[in-house]
Ligand binder design. Structure first.
Ligand code: ZN
Length: 98
């Protein structure tokens, strides 16, 4: 049984992995949310990891800019940061839509 929840981004069709994101601060009303992530984090991509994932689990936490992943974690990048559909929407297509 795999913990990986593989699916496709509805916006751009790329393969993504769904991870359960823990809120940065736990307080009443804060909720875990599933979010799409890049299947593999590529450190050469020039973007710092947005999250850290517990190795062997599908739970991610927001990685503050001042922190590095723990030895039990691996870096992860939320798909929204690199989704070509999103990037397009913020520029050219947003202008067309407007
Ligand atoms: Zn996408």
């Amino acid at each position: 049984m795999s913990a990986r929840q593989e699916t496709q981004c509805k916006a751009c069709g790329r393969a993504v992995v769904m991870l359960l994101v823990m809120p940065l601060e736990l307080h009443p009303g804060s909720q875990r949310q599933w979010a799409p992530f890049e299947p593999e984090f590529v450190s050469a991509c020039g973007i710092r990891p947005s999250h850290a994932v517990q190795i062997g689990s599908s739970t991610a936490r927001v990685l503050p800019a001042t922190e590095s992943p723990d030895p039990t974690e691996r870096p992860a990048l939320i798909h929204f940061a690199v989704c070509p559909a999103r990037t397009a929407l913020s520029g050219r297509e947003a202008a067309i839509a407007g």
